[in-house]
Design a protein around this ligand. Structure first.
Ligand SMILES: Nc1nc2c(c(=O)[nH]1)N[C@@H](CN(C=O)c1ccc(C(=O)N[C@@H](CCC(=O)O)C(=O)O)cc1)CN2
Ligand SMILES: NCC(=O)N[C@@H]1O[C@H](COP(=O)([O-])[O-])[C@@H](O)[C@H]1O
Length: 206
């Protein structure tokens, strides 16, 4: 239950660079976001995100199918770790695995994901990272962008909280389009998390 004046506790899940997690953490540290980062989970033991989280002093864990071959066990381990850290909101910052029903049930309505396209276009299982930008270029779409959505059981099917658009320019390559989209992701995620912070504050007892 939200308590007035107590910053919202954020936890991150990331598979690679965790750029949105780093953007949000910088906002927390500067006072631009009334929240506090507490933990990060990565399924990639060599991820930049995991090393960054440890350097930042966050609780950090490598939790993956390597250690938990049974998806239900991995789901339970992730939930146990996040609850132990006191997480209130989860941010998927390039997390390349399906979240299980235990975590989704415990954090219903409080899990955000950033996807590098204008969902529902170019989303769903198998659509992640460079594959998304390649699909946008192949489709001939005149614009692309990023979407922050609530995470539900179906991949990329949850309601969108924020979207940002960028043009697809003649001669764009995977790298030029990817860079243009990624340049707007941090602020888009910050806008979405601020919505959750505001909702939480409105529910806090006086
Ligand atoms: N239950 C949910 N879990 C996740 C959602 C969601 O909406 N519901 N969002 C994803 C979205 N995503 C990236 O943010 C994502 C979607 C699909 C895949 C994927 O197909 N992964 C491959 C493996 C990829 C790899 O190992 O590099 C697979 O699972 O076979 C990845 C990411 C996050 N979770
Ligand atoms: N479907 C999810 C997906 O494709 N997410 C995308 O992965 C990248 C992670 O980059 P990062 O690890 O450097 O933050 C980001 O561009 C994010 O939109």
């Amino acid at each position: 239950m939200a308590a007035r004046g107590v910053p919202m506790k954020l936890a991150f899940l990331a598979s690679h660079g965790g750029s949105a997690a780093r953007h949000l953490t910088q906002a927390c540290r500067s006072g631009a976001l009334d929240a506090v980062p507490v933990a990060l989970v990565s399924n990639n033991s060599r991820s930049v995100a995991l090393a960054w989280a440890r350097a930042e002093g966050l609780r950090a864990a490598h939790l993956s199918s390597a250690g938990y071959p049974d998806p239900d066990d991995l789901d339970a381990a992730i939930l146990d770790f996040l609850c132990g850290a006191g997480a209130e909101v989860l941010v998927l910052s390039g997390y390349m695995r399906e979240l299980g029903p235990r975590v989704l049930g415990a954090f219903a309505g409080r899990v955000l994901n950033i996807h590098p396209s204008l969902l529902p276009r170019h989303g769903g299982r198998g659509m992640y990272g460079d594959r998304v930008h390649e699909a946008v270029l192949a489709s001939g779409d005149p614009e692309s962008g990023a979407t922050v959505h609530l995470v539900t059981a179906g991949i990329d099917e949850g309601p969108a909280l924020a979207q940002g658009r960028v043009p697809v320019q003649p001669g764009d390559t995977l790298e030029t389009l990817k860079a243009r989209v990624q340049a707007i992701e941090g602020e888009l995620m910050l806008r979405a998390v601020r919505q959750l912070v505001a909702e939480r504050a409105s529910m806090a007892p006086d």
